[in-house]
Design a protein around this ligand. Structure first.
Ligand code: DP6
Length: 340
């Protein structure tokens, strides 16, 4: 028996991926940019064992068995990595050996906390380690076919997922913008408002947005290309004010599109909206932008803030929200995938 174990970080989108132009290959309608978090607290950990004695491929997620062979996305990742192995011509493990896969997330699954991103990134990276493949751009095209946002978790620091133009998706890849060390004092506070499973999954929500939102097309053609360039500049020059404004506008536009979807998808709740108001008042009182919010497909807030401003911000949040926030956790930027 041969085994490999890896840990994958979560990433939080600054420019949001929302909408596919090809559902099977998971090709997005627009570019997106994210920041990878450090793996110490919020991550997925996967162990894969291969043996000639195993009769079939099996997988356990957080201890419960899932129907691996029937799951299209999981099988696409396995086939994708195995095709790369065939193309490479060498493998540490015979492709005929069946696999047992055990994966765990140490954060609430499907509560809008990017669990699928870390999960699929970890699956693909662990498969690559098992078979002896190098970490390269092609792996991001495979992780993308598990869950779009997963392709960005294969790198640390800030990451750019290019939508690509080719029909086969080979140019829809994630590439690093800058490593975590470039902006070492950039931190994230995650405020867990509610860890219940979200009502409309991202997959379904974005499918509906593509077919019913009239705002989405304008966002894709007129807004995202310009914002992507501006955000990359802000990251390169460590311009927090610019970074924060783009991030907050992005979050707001994404949720506006969710509302413009018919029937609408409502991901933020009253506490989320109160956090948005809090952040704007906090920045206004400071006379400068000290923090920025972003919300994915759920009510939990991610606040970007420089390390030196964390203690004061946390104290103010605790004072403003004594009962509504279940947990607030501080994260540093993440490093690439690891093998513990
Ligand atoms: C709001 O990657 O979970 O977090 O590709 O259908 O699996 P699928 O969707 P998923 O969508 C993530 C959406 C988002 C924004 C983002 O991460 O860019």
């Amino acid at each position: 028996m041969i085994s490999a174990t890896c840990v994958a970080p979560v990433n939080i989108a600054l420019i949001k991926y929302w909408g596919k132009r090809n559902e099977d290959l998971i090709l997005p309608v627009n570019d997106s940019i994210s920041m990878t978090l450090n793996t110490n607290e919020m991550c997925a950990k996967t162990t894969i064992s291969a043996s000639e004695k195993f009769e079939r491929n099996r997988m356990w997620l957080n201890g419960d068995e899932v129907d691996f062979e029937e799951n299209v996305r999981l099988m696409r990742c396995l086939k994708g990595v195995q095709n790369l192995v065939l193309a490479n011509g060498i493998s540490k493990v015979p492709l005929s050996w069946k696999l047992h896969i055990a994966s765990r997330n140490n954060f609430p699954t499907a509560a809008g906390l990017a669990s699928s991103a870390a999960g699929y990134a970890c699956l693909v990276f662990t498969l690559a380690r098992l078979y002896g493949l190098p970490h390269n751009e092609e792996l991001t095209t495979i992780a993308r076919q598990g869950s779009g946002s997963a392709c960005r978790s294969l790198y640390g620091g800030f990451v750019h997922w290019h939508r690509g133009v080719l029909e086969n998706g080979s140019d829809s890849v994630a590439v690093p913008v800058v490593p975590a060390q470039h902006w070492p004092n950039m931190h994230v506070l995650i405020l867990v408002v509610n860890d219940a499973r979200k009502k409309t999954s991202s997959t379904l929500g974005m499918q509906r947005a593509v077919t019913t939102s009239t705002l989405l097309q304008q966002r894709v053609t007129d807004v995202v290309p310009h914002r992507t360039k501006k955000l990359i500049d802000a990251i390169n020059t460590r311009n927090f004010t610019e970074f924060a404004e783009i991030t907050m506008r992005e979050s707001n536009q994404f949720h506006a599109i969710a509302l413009d979807t018919f029937p609408p998808c409502i991901y933020m709740n009253d506490v989320s909206h109160a956090i948005v108001n809090f952040v704007h008042s906090y920045n206004e009182a400071a006379g400068t932008i000290l923090t920025a919010y972003t919300f994915d497909a759920g009510p939990n807030a991610c606040l970007y803030v420089l390390e030196e401003h964390v203690p004061k911000l946390l104290a103010s949040i605790n004072e403003a929200f004594p009962n509504d926030i279940a947990q607030s956790v501080e994260y540093l930027q993440g490093i690439p995938m690891t093998t513990p």
